[in-house]
Each structure stands twice: as structure tokens, then as C-alpha cells.
Design a protein around this ligand. Structure first.
Ligand SMILES: Nc1ncnc2c1ncn2[C@@H]1O[C@H](COP(=O)(O)OP(=O)(O)O)[C@@H](O)[C@H]1O
Ligand SMILES: [Mg+2]
Length: 189
């Protein structure tokens, strides 16, 4: 399975990505987690992206594309993968398509987690209290939502037109959302 999970900040991508990846025995690859690990580890990449992430802006495509392509080339991703947080704009869509077609690969499905905007902010502010993520404050959340609306939301139409979109209601218990994802993916197979 070669899958993407897309959705607004706070939609539950990371949470559901773990379950999906475990279910299909594929790695969950999160660009956000990769950047956060680099910030924590004090790497050159971490230094480059920290201020950008703290502001809620997108890391430059050249940086992000290279990280994803490197990661997809590792052996554990050969039979499949789930990307969480990538692609995040139409340029990244093209970079991913280019990589996949150059390697004779294609996506199987794009899970789109649908959650009301008001609920998203509430979830992120709650997560701020639990996880203390630097970008979960009101000002940064507002910018991340704007960036999502202007740059990432257009991907939904793109993947719908490509016949890959699997829309899933992301509201409710985590386990209920997970079951909806599995039935929606099973129904396609
Ligand atoms: N594909 C990407 N392109 C550019 N920047 C990214 C990408 N993925 C993650 N980032 C950076 O990491 C931040 C956090 O991403 P992420 O953990 O995926 O947030 P969330 O899960 O709340 O949507 C983003 O605001 C952005 O700065
Ligand atoms: Mg996430």
C-alpha cells in the first residue's frame, strides 16, 4: 500500500497514521515529526527549520522534497508507505509524482480527514497543554490554518480528480475514525 493522509492541522493525521501503518505493515513517514526530531537533536536541518516551524510557515520545498525522497528510498519503504504531512502544496505533489513515476510506482489512495474548523483549533489548544508543541499557540495556529487553506486544501480537489481521494469523517472517538478509515480503504481494494 502506498498511501497519503491529508487534513488540516489538528485533524488527527498523526494519530491515525500510526494505526494505518501498523495495520498494513508499512512505515508512517511524518515530515513534521522528522523536522521536530532534528530540532530536538540540534542538527543543521533542525537549525534551518526551527524559526519557520515556530511561525507556522512551510519549510522550503527543496528541503522537504529531498528529505522525503531520501526516506522513500530506504528499504523499509520499498513495499509501501504512508506519508503524513507531505505533500502540503501543489509543488510537492509534482515532486512526489515525479519520484514515483520515475520509479514505476503509484499511489493507491489518499485518506482525507474531514473535521470542522472550530473543532480543529480547540483540539490544537488542548494538545498544547498536553504535548507542549512550540507551534500550538493561538497565533501560530491561525497562521497554520491560513497556510493549510491557501496551499494544502487545493490538494483535495487534485486527488479527487485523480480518483484517489478517500474522504473520512474525522469527528468522534479515535477508534471510530480508525474503523471508518479501514472500511473506506477496504471498500476500494
Ligand atoms: N510537507 C511540508 N512542507 C513544508 N513544511 C512542512 C511540511 N511538513 C511539515 N512541515 C513543517 O512542520 C510544521 C508542523 O507540521 P505537522 O507536524 O505535520 O503539523 P500538523 O500535524 O499539525 O498538521 C508545519 O507547520 C511546517 O512548518
Ligand atoms: Mg501531525
Amino acid at each position: 500500500m502506498r498511501l497519503l493522509i491529508i487534513g488540516a492541522p489538528g485533524a488527527g493525521k498523526g494519530t491515525q497514521a500510526s494505526s494505518i501503518a501498523e495495520h498494513y505493515g508499512i512505515p508512517a513517514i511524518s515530515t513534521g515529526d522528522t523536522f521536530r526530531a532534528n530540532i530536538k537533536g540540534g542538527t543543521e536541518l533542525g537549525k534551518k527549520v526551527k524559526a519557520i516551524m515556530d511561525a507556522g510557515d512551510l519549510v522550503p520545498d527543496v528541503v522537504t522534497d529531498e528529505i522525503v525522497v531520501d526516506r522513500l528510498g530506504q528499504s523499509d519503504a520499498a513495499e509501501g508507505f504512508l506519508l503524513d504531512g507531505y505533500p502540503r502544496n501543489l509543488h510537492q505533489v509534482e515532486a512526489l509524482d515525479g519520484y514515483l513515476s520515475a520509479n514505476g510506482l503509484a499511489l493507491d489512495a489518499v485518506v482525507s480527514l474531514e473535521v470542522d474548523p472550530e473543532l480543529l483549533t480547540a483540539r490544537l489548544l488542548k494538545r498544547a497543554q498536553i504535548e507542549g508543541r512550540a507551534d500550538d499557540n493561538e497565533e501560530t495556529i491561525r497562521n497554520r490554518m491560513d497556510v493549510y487553506t491557501s496551499q494544502t486544501a487545493p490538494l483535495i480537489d487534485h486527488y479527487r480528480q485523480a480518483g484517489l481521494l478517500v474522504p473520512v469523517d474525522g469527528v468522534g472517538e479515535i477508534s471510530d475514525v480508525r474503523d471508518r478509515i479501514f472500511s473506506a480503504l477496504d471498500a476500494r481494494a
